[in-house]
Design a protein around this ligand. Structure first.
Ligand code: AMP
Length: 189
């Protein structure tokens, strides 16, 4: 059973690594970004609410994403483990996740922080070419990451659950490092 949280700046490889771990361990990658993009594409009420935040590089309100995660983590598909990609992204989201996991009587194995230098990130995201991958939006997302998400690193480090992995390497090298790390992890109590 593997339950892992991936944090790190946009473009650090969380999505790619999440997919590789999903295939390796046979557990779902749960990405709030993917869920929100699908909602925007389908023009659901959630998508209409989230769209302008996403287009400007800002975060969707905590209450919205916390609701999405509560639903996903309680679904049958998540019962054998999961990989969280892009959630939590703020301290209130991390606290809500802790409360939810306590309620479900489960815990995560570890939090992996993938990092890469800003200029590498900008180049990767420009190459990716998603709707929110325009240079000024990328810079805004990096700023939001430093302001709102980076404090999570200390939050998890203090709990003793953080593992830092250098994301500035070829995907297969990062993936091998993650798999090795997860085989030795025990759930945090
Ligand atoms: P991502 O694919 O994880 O880079 O997410 C793309 C966009 O979706 C972000 O720039 C945010 O606007 C929104 N988003 C994804 N996850 C979250 C989250 N946990 N909290 C708030 N907004 C989010």
């Amino acid at each position: 059973m593997v339950r892992v949280i991936l944090v790190g700046p946009p473009g650090s490889g969380k999505g790619t690594q999440g997919e590789l771990l999903q295939a390796a361990f046979g557990i779902p990658k749960i990405s709030t970004g993917d869920i929100l993009r699908a909602a925007v594409r389908d023009e659901t009420p959630l998508g209409l609410e989230a769209k302008h935040y996403m287009e400007s590089g800002n975060l969707v309100p905590d209450s919205v994403v916390i609701g999405l995660i509560e639903e996903r983590l309680q679904s049958e598909a998540a019962s054998d483990g999961w990989i969280l990609d892009g959630f939590p992204r703020t301290i209130p989201q991390a606290e809500a996740l802790d409360a939810l996991l306590a309620k479900l009587n489960i815990s995560y194995d570890c939090v992996i922080c993938l990092d890469a230098p800003d200029e590498e990130i900008v180049q990767r995201m420009l190459a990716r070419g998603r709707d929110d991958d325009k240079e000024e939006v990328i810079r805004e997302r990096l700023k939001v990451y430093r302001d709102k998400t980076a404090p999570l690193i200390e939050f998890y480090d203090r709990k003793g659950s953080l593992q830092a992995v250098n994301g500035n390497r070829p995907p297969e090298v990062v993936s091998a490092a993650l798999k090795e790390l997860l085989q030795f992890e025990q759930p945090v109590s």
